[in-house]
Design a binder for this molecule. Structure first.
Ligand code: EPZ
Length: 422
């Protein structure tokens, strides 16, 4: 199992480029199942979760051509409309094939995800919505089977709580349903808007993506997206946000390029309040300059456009280096403070009370042996290690490889002392 060995203390300087979004690429790859024509995407990041989704598509019957960041998916026939336990247990987003498969072939069988490091993560809202569209849902031997032999029919759907992949799953299904579907209390995340843009290019009729009410007029058939004019995936706002924090925590001077500043504004607002200078030299670049003096700023995670739960762990690392007390409240997942225990081992002063973390800074962090428990928790440990005195060894970095493309190379390039060892 790979580890990262990081020696803290270097100020980051230079330029880091943002990869395409993992959480946009996953539904985009699943959406390619909605048509029997080839669909080409670009700016698909080379991360482990994407490889898992590609494996799943091949099992289902897709032919894949991967050249660098460009992926063409062609599924002339669905051979097996199923997402097996082995894949779903390693990546919950596998359930994103449920909607497209039931819409295209009237049948899908997907393993129930089960528990996860950051919370329960059920898919009951995906199932409720598909039932509203006319699918019959059965649960057997840990699998969910959704059947709609005569196709799906548009309906009015209300999500009791906002779900990102739930909105995406049902949005995909609704594109091929008969008549109109209205999704109320839909997720407004940029990844949902990107998916709607892609589906529109495939011939879907969608209005309101990016707002909490999405209307879909079902069509009979969707078509492909040509190789010479592919759909470009949006920048990864969580990866970009992690780099912005890396610059700030080391008091560095870094330009993060190829991002969408609007997608990270909840974070940059907090960073500015904390005393970091953030400028926007052009439409896709943010320039971060830290002066080594940070003040504590409270933060509560929320659905987009609020502060992303996927940046909470990284923000906690930043707050260990701020003067004062920061209250961090996690409202999206019930168990997303695993990183706090490891940060404590590095010398942070954090008290957990249910869904709240009270971070008192500034702490003099020290290198230690720590364990990465999930994707974003691992990123938080990397950030803490960049400012810790001495050497930090992070075990189980396969978690970070799920969602960050060559993070050690990107960080080394701006001056971090980080090495991958086997
Ligand atoms: C997406 O997960 C992201 N994953 C997550 O990113 C992200 O943390 C999360 O949205 C929140 O922003 C992908 O896009 C692939 P949800 P998702 O459904 O869709 C509850 C990362 O680090 N809920 O929006 O699975 C659920 O338990 C990952 O890249 C139900 O109760 O999250 C949670 O409390 C991790 N029933 C809340 O809703 C349901 O049917 C939001 O979850 C679905 C969700």
């Amino acid at each position: 199992m790979d580890k990262f060995v990081i020696t803290g203390g270097n100020r980051l300087e230079g330029e880091i480029h943002t990869s395409g979004s993992k959480n946009s690429s996953l539904p985009a790859l699943a959406a390619a199942l909605l048509t029997d024509e080839p669909v080409t995407l670009t700016r698909v990041p080379k991360v482990r979760d994407i490889r898992t989704m590609e494996r799943l598509l091949v099992d289902i019957g897709s032919e894949l051509e991967v050249t660098g960041e460009r992926v063409t998916v062609h599924t002339p026939v669905v051979v097996s409309p199923e997402a097996p336990y082995e894949l779903v247990k390693t990546m919950r987003a596998s359930s994103l094939v449920l909607g497209p498969l039931v819409a295209r072939c009237g049948r899908a069988r997907v393993s129930l995800p089960g528990g996860c490091g950051i919370g329960a993560r059920p898919i009951n809202l995906h199932l409720m919505a598909l039932e509203n569209l006319g699918a019959k849902i059965n649960q057997e031997h840990g699998y969910i089977e959704a059947v709609a032999p005569d196709g799906l029919t548009g309906a009015e759907i209300h999500f009791d709580r906002i779900t990102v992949t739930g909105t995406e799953d049902v949005l995909m299904a609704a594109t091929l349903a008969r008549g109109e579907t209205v999704l109320n209390n839909a997720a407004r995340e940029p990844e949902v808007t990107d998916l709607a843009a892609m589906l529109t290019r495939m011939g879907a009729k969608i209005e309101g993506a990016g707002t909490s009410t999405i209307r879909v007029q079902g069509v009979k058939k969707l078509h492909g997206i040509p190789e010479d004019d592919p759909h470009e995936i949006i920048p990864d706002r969580i990866e970009a946000g992690t780099f912005l924090i890396a610059a700030a925590i080391t008091g560095g001077d870094v330009r993060v390029t190829g991002l969408n500043p609007e997608h990270v504004s909840a974070l940059t607002d907090k960073m500015k309040q904390a005393g970091v200078t953030v400028d926007q030299p052009d439409a896709t670049t943010l320039h971060v300059r830290g002066n080594g003096h940070l003040h504590a700023v409270d933060m509560t995670t929320e659905e987009y456009p609020g502060f992303a739960t996927d940046l909470q762990a990284q923000y906690m690392a930043l707050m260990t280096q701020a003067d004062g007390i920061a209250l961090i409240v996690e409202t999206i997942f019930e168990n997303r403070f695993m990183h706090a225990q490891e940060l404590l081992r590095m010398g942070a002063n954090i008290r957990l009370e249910g869904r709240q973390a009270i971070v008192a800074g500034r702490s003099r962090l020290q290198g230690a042996g720590v364990i990465a428990s999930d994707l974003r928790a691992s990123a938080s440990l990397v950030l803490a290690a960049l400012v810790a005195k001495g050497e930090t060894v992070i075990d189980r970095v396969y978690h970070i490889d799920r969602g960050y493309e060559k993070i050690e190379m990107k960080l080394s390039h701006v001056g971090a002392k980080i090495q991958r060892v086997e």
